[in-house]
Design a protein around this ligand. Structure first.
Ligand SMILES: Cc1cc2nc3c(=O)[nH]c(=O)nc-3n(C[C@H](O)[C@H](O)[C@H](O)COP(=O)(O)OP(=O)(O)OC[C@H]3O[C@@H](n4cnc5c(N)ncnc54)[C@H](O)[C@@H]3O)c2cc1C
Length: 402
């Protein structure tokens, strides 16, 4: 093991946990009953998180996003209390590109960004392109100084409440894939909401681009070039930019995102374990606490071993991202696959230990179970993580899907 948490990381974790317990945990159940957060509700939560340095404004971003360990600790701790909130804040990351975009985009969003009031989304998936992102149908056609986007994106986290979207599209002329930052004020787009079994408060939706005009300065390649020329810095971890030397920018971003998903799963598992330990001590049957039964202890053993292994794999992956080590790709997929499958099992055991109360809507376990079940699909299914690990272990010639 060649990584450890600094004193600052520990202080951050404890102040975040304190904030979550005092200000956020008490409102979760009521919000979850009402479904997807409105933009106002999301921004109100952004304001609460900013108090401990989580956000995309110039001051917070150095804490939350530029050091992958802060991002990881935040994913873990927030998800221990409320998985949906972690999706809403984590999937907003395309906001980091606003300051490198066209003047129109900066003018429209710059002031709100200063106050951490911009919500973002990453739009890659399409109705016919899920795991296979090489078959995108959304097109970008250059017309004068603008690209014109046409196509439909689906299953996009934050879509209904987003101010900006980082959109993957195929260049109509060259056929090459490119990404574009689309700000909703200058380049309006329509969305609709999709409903799902878990992450109920994290709005998910479709996005429809119909002749949506985007300044050519908003192409990701142009924004990265601006950053390389020193015009403005992209506030992303140095390790992620180092990874660009070994893989595409999207794959490098996915290394960090997948380690973050693994920590999100770890947080869900930890929440289930904490509740189960406490319940096992307090609930009595056959004249003794159920925690004294060996079969209950067997479940707690399995829950703890999954939670601890998930955490170790995920922080190991984040450490490799921090160092810009290309092994980050293998390790983040291994961590994502293992921890996300693991939290489904942990949530199952938590319900089992709670008996009928585990199934009750009066207790949070059924929410943890639904949220855990979500984890094995987004950011690449478990099957895709296995294929990435297989290719990284065996070499490119063994890729199962290229
Ligand atoms: C709640 C939620 C939020 C999401 N958020 C976002 C977002 O913010 N942005 C975004 O762009 N996308 C997002 N997605 C989309 C997500 O990334 C895709 O759903 C995912 O990549 C899988 O694509 P699919 O659902 O089309 O499944 P498919 O690709 O159709 O897969 C169906 C099944 O086939 C398996 N399969 C596919 N290919 C292979 C293969 N080669 N070998 C073996 N098995 C295979 C899969 O593992 C799966 O079991 C989100 C999805 C959900 C559910």
């Amino acid at each position: 093991m060649d990584f450890e948490f600094s004193q600052e990381h520990r202080i951050f974790r404890s102040s975040l946990r304190d904030l979550l317990e005092k200000e956020i945990a008490p409102i979760v159940d009521e919000k979850e009953k009402r479904g997807g957060l409105t933009k106002e509700e999301a921004l109100d939560l952004y304001a609460k998180l900013r108090k401990v340095g989580i956000g995309y404004d110039p001051e917070s971003i150095e804490v939350y996003f530029e050091d992958p360990f802060y991002y990881g600790i935040a994913s873990e701790e927030i998800s221990r209390v409320w998985a949906s909130l972690n999706v809403v804040i984590g999937m907003s990351f395309p906001v980091v590109f606003v300051n490198l975009a066209s003047d129109e985009t900066k003018d429209a969003l710059g002031k709100r960004l200063e106050k951490n009031q911009v919500i973002g989304c990453l739009a890659v998936t399409e109705p016919e392109a899920g795991s296979d992102t090489s078959t995108l149908k959304t097109t970008a056609e250059l017309d004068g100084d603008e690209y014109v986007l046409n196509g439909t994106k689906t299953w996009i986290s934050n879509a209904p409440i987003a101010d900006v979207a980082l959109v993957a599209a195929r260049n109509k002329e060259t056929g090459a894939q490119e990404m574009f930052l689309v700000d909703r004020i200058n380049s309006p787009f329509e969305t609709s909401e999709l409903h799902k079994i878990g992450w109920r408060c994290a709005p998910t939706g479709e996005i429809y681009f119909k002749n949506c005009r985007v300044p050519k300065e908003n192409a990701l390649s142009a924004m990265v070039a601006k950053s390389l020329s020193g015009e403005a810095k992209i506030p992303i971890p140095e390790g992620v930019t180092k990874l660009y030397g070994y893989m595409s920018p999207l794959s490098a971003i996915f290394c960090m995102a997948r380690a973050g998903m693994a920590l999100m799963a770890t947080g869900i598992s930890q929440g289930c374990l904490d509740a189960s330990v406490s319940y096992a001590k307090q609930r009595k049957q056959f004249g003794r606490p159920i925690g004294r039964f060996q079969l209950i202890q067997d479940m707690l053993y399995k829950m703890l071993s999954i939670t601890e292994s998930s955490r170790l794999l995920a922080y190991k992956a984040l450490d490799l991202v921090t160092k810009g080590d290309p092994k980050a790709r293998l390790m983040s997929s291994l961590a994502k696959g293992y921890a996300c499958e693991g939290c489904v099992k942990v949530a199952y055991y938590a319900i089992q230990i709670h008996g009928a109360l585990g199934l009750s809507e009066e207790y949070p376990l059924e929410r943890y179970f639904r949220d855990a079940r979500m984890m094995t699909i987004p950011d690449g299914t478990t099957e895709i993580q296995k294929l990435i690990v297989g290719r990284e272990l065996l070499g490119k010639g063994f890729s199962a899907y290229v």
